[in-house]
Design a protein around this ligand. Sequence first.
Ligand code: AHM
Ligand code: MG
Length: 338
Amino acid sequence: MSKFGMTVTEHLLSQQRLHPDATGAFTVLLSELIVAAKIISKEARKSGLTDILGFTGDINVQGEAVKKLDEFANTSIIRRMSHLGQLCAMVSEESADIIEIPSKYQKGNYVLIFDPLDGSSNIDANVNIGTIFSIYKKVTPGEQVASVDVLQPGYRQVAAGYFLYGTSTMMVYTTGDGLHGFTLYPAVGEFLLSHENIRIPERGSIFSVNMGYTNYWDENVKAVVDHFTKADPEKGLPYSLRYIGSLVADFHRTLLYGGIFMYPPDRKDPKKPHGKLRLTCECAPLAMLVKQAGGMATDGERDILEIEPGEIHQRVPLYIGSAKDVKTVMEILKTERK
Ligand code: AHM
Ligand code: MG
């Protein structure tokens, strides 16, 4: 029976019932995150009307200028999630260190990793932005949080998802039982199931990469792009190029239409030899989602989900999307490496 139109709360409870040993802690956690996302969505909607646009003047841990809405999203999530009693620690793209749960609050067994406002360079132009999240279970006993609790490979995620603040606000999430998309119905303030069991096309016709960096790429990356721009209609080439510059938005399109999104390594910034995207708060959660939809994610050689993070803000190259397109890229990169 189709569950189309079901509220996300009902959906979370139905997923919880699939796991008889579930305590409900996880459902509480995701429900609270949804509230935080609704608040961010509401703030993003009116951002053109208030003085929330523009820079705060601060530089974040990544050395980028912090915008007010980023800061708002970051603090909204931290504040709402700290007191719940389900988390033992958090990691945010906007915070240099692991965020501890204040001692006045009870602690739980989950670790929340998030990018509060992805694509923030697009805010002032009213382009889609999003929040990415990833949840792990603590692996060490006791209350103390060890680095191994936070630095887990992506395949250990118990849930992942994103909120997309676009023409409509969407939530796409998985707890490992398929990938499901919900659209916020603003009049009633509820996320309703609109995309049940999302499957990415096996192969697409769109590639997505920042072509402005061509002169900073190695030959193997250039060979990948040459492949997708070849004029060979019999092989379905060339692909169309689409690049928004908001990972969540580029990923969402890739998920629904198929194709591939790439952020390869480049020589633009010697401090970022592996590209710009972060393993734990961006690449690993999206890799879990795409896998649930039948797609793939790699850094060019390894499955993104198999990579053990060395530090919380580690960056990795990302090639993500339709399985056949990702495999093609891996083959080209392998051939070029020889
Ligand atoms: P952000 O999290 O600070 O917004 O940075 C990540 C964003 C991604 O959303 C997007 O894919 C990428 O940066 C775009 O980078 P570039 O402008 O180098 O193409
Ligand atoms: Mg980001």
